[in-house]
Design a binder for this molecule. Sequence first.
Ligand SMILES: [Zn+2]
Length: 882
Amino acid sequence: MTSLSPPKETFLADYRVPDYLIDTVHLHFELGASDTHVRSVLSMRKNHQGLGGDCVLDGEHLELLSVKVDGQQLQGNEYQRTDKSLILSDLPDKFELEIETRIEPDKNTALEGLYHSGSLLCTQCEAEGFRRITYYLDRPDVMAVFTVSIVADKEQWPIMLANGNMEDQGQFDDGRHWTRWHDPHPKPSYLFALVAGDLYRQQDHFTTMSGREVSLQVYVDHENSHKCDHALTSLKQSMLWDEETYGREYDLDVFMIVAVNDFNMGAMENKGLNIFNSSCVLASPETATDADYHRIQGIVGHEYFHNWSGNRVTCRDWFQLSLKEGFTVLRDQQFSAAMNSEAVQRIDDVNQLRTMQFAEDAGPMAHPVRPASFIEISNFYTVTIYEKGAEVVGMIKTIVGDEGFRKGTDLYFDRHDGQAVTTDDFIKAIEDANDIALGQFKLWYSQAGTPELKLRGHYDVINHTYSLHVEQSCPQTPDELDKQAFHIPLAVGLLDEQGLPLLLQLEGEERAYKDFTRVLTLNESSQTFTFINIESEPVPSLLRGFSAPVKLDIPRSNTELEFLMANDSDSFNRWDAGQTLLINTLLALVNNVQLQQPLNIHKGLIEQFSTLLTSRKMDPALVAKMLTLPSENYLAAQMTVADVDAIHAARQFLKNSLARGLKQEFSDVYKQQNSTGKYQFNSDDMAKRSLKNLCLSYLVATDDPMQTQRCLKQMKQSDNMTDTISGLVALANQVGPEGEHALRAFYEQWKDDRLVVDKWLTVQAQSSLPDTLIRIKGLMKHPAFNIKNPNNVRALIGQFCRNNPINFHAKDGSGYQFLVEQIIILNKLNPQVASRMLGAFNSWRQYDASRQELMKKALNDIASQKDLSPDVYEVVTKYLAD
Ligand SMILES: [Zn+2]
């Protein structure tokens, strides 16, 4: 063994095909929490397209017991080892390689490979965890057929699962039992999974479109046996939806989901055996909110859809991660939109993209959807790869239309089934199926940064034409200074002064376009589109449905925004006009706070929101979205120098002003929407609860003691977590004894339910009250908190650092110092989680000089640590780079 080498960068340009291939894998596990024995038998051959030479197998944190080639045991001088690999030389064209290793699952706090969680043993192999189980060609373009046998003590591990179908099982005399699983579909090692433990199983079934009977099974801890229904319902919905929408059918006899309490990610799409963070599976009305139900439905869908977009057709290398993730996120967004409200889904997706991904694209970690290099691939499971990747695939769908997109995806799945491919292969299939060229479009995969569109309209009174001039540009990113013009689909409509849609006919066209929305093709840095037969000056509705992930620069008066907010037929743009109005108002208030001038808002705004609140025509969920103020983080991103204190003060002022100005309306709507029926998860009820609880949050801002009573009453009478937690959040952000009482009572009631306790941690982590950091430090010593559990870390530390700007960015730097201390601990325990937490410093250069100085010092403190993991090293180095 050699010592640890410094982190090394990997480049897409250096990709070459594997020198060896693996046809079949037989894995044999003798399980123990502290000592697991793994025997791997690989039937291997030289890849004639490769360069030949040594066979370099990946392996980390393994104790090597023996290596055999074609049955011959190799001596220590017949192979080489480093801390990351096992190297074999002088191999025949075809051979059988047998490797025995020993691993220690209970010492694995990184939660990659095989690890111990509660009373379970489970795996997480994406991206490079399989190499912590045995030596292997641990890369996605090596696909093999796996057979897995597991032996363990029956009492301790009564359930033993792996990918595929169970072939056989039996028992030994000594109290141990065994199972054997076979997955007929060749797969890369990152999709391998194994679970063992004492679990409750809930079953259902699904008949596929060709008549295959599939057993559906959800495995959870026994105490959670009443929380599986929603996941199973969501799974059946996903299976049916994917057949109807993409023509994709399931391909094994069983589909399993296992809930695990200690998990770095949300969930993992291992073939036939999905492993989920328990927070993304378990739901009951009393313990899960509407948002949880909605998220679970989307994630169950997402992982299920990967069976085709990811498993049957996988990625050639990790630079292609968005091939499976961008496409699958788009699929889960479509699915969630179909199951719930399409308009609300789009608003939520765009809101997340703008808040998180735009910040990433403007920061030191900016990278293209298909990155050109990485040090640690775990750092690239980002909002850019996932959410922007989904927008990119969504734009392709907009460009070729729904039918064309389906033709393209059908060809993609047919052509590449069983292969490991690239984003270029995906584009090629769409091009071939639609007979179009997307060469320029591919820049979306290789250029980082958020494009900006400068739009200027001009109405010609004499010729009755309206011309729209568009200039596109893209800011520099650390990887690239010069950007080429993108191919951008810009969906537009025009409204007359009554708010009615106008026919859209471009100069040179014989007749008007069939719809009131049309997609303009932007492909040059500067273009002008002229609409004819426009009788009076129109109001343009631009980037309808957020047709491209870009920023708009367009001068608009408040009157024009109010007009769009009231009249635009595109619900996304109605919401967006309202948000822009709020952002303009808030930024003006921020300015007044900074100049120490009196604060006020124009009356028109209150009237607008009053109309909105009392309108019975609109979906209550949409009304709630429109009345939700932009977050402090999003506002910070709109300023050249983010002023944390002024933003907080301005936002509080606006919230209080709206609350006081519309108190009666909020109170009336609260009563109207407060249904007394039993909890159900459906769009209508969810919409009502969202508007009701939004009203409650405003009512509490009036400082009327009656409203505190209303919160307490809501908590007391609630039969569901959505209403309970809304009451608790409102109380916990108030000064006074009620909040303390409510928090204490809530904990007493739920202390045995870890997912609910995570919510209790989050409510406190997000509190804007001034003593929050002291409270958090106290909570870290509370029995409810364990730093080895990623959900705990995200609920407390993550929420404080990312979603509590006023306290995290405290002037004295105490928030930064706190995060540094946690990252140093986590770097050793769980590098992936440590690196995620570091993300709170992403926008550090956007703050004032003294905060920048404090954050720079914090980053330097981390950078100067010895033994930094590659995960943390890569991010901290990029943050500090000039
Ligand atoms: Zn995924």
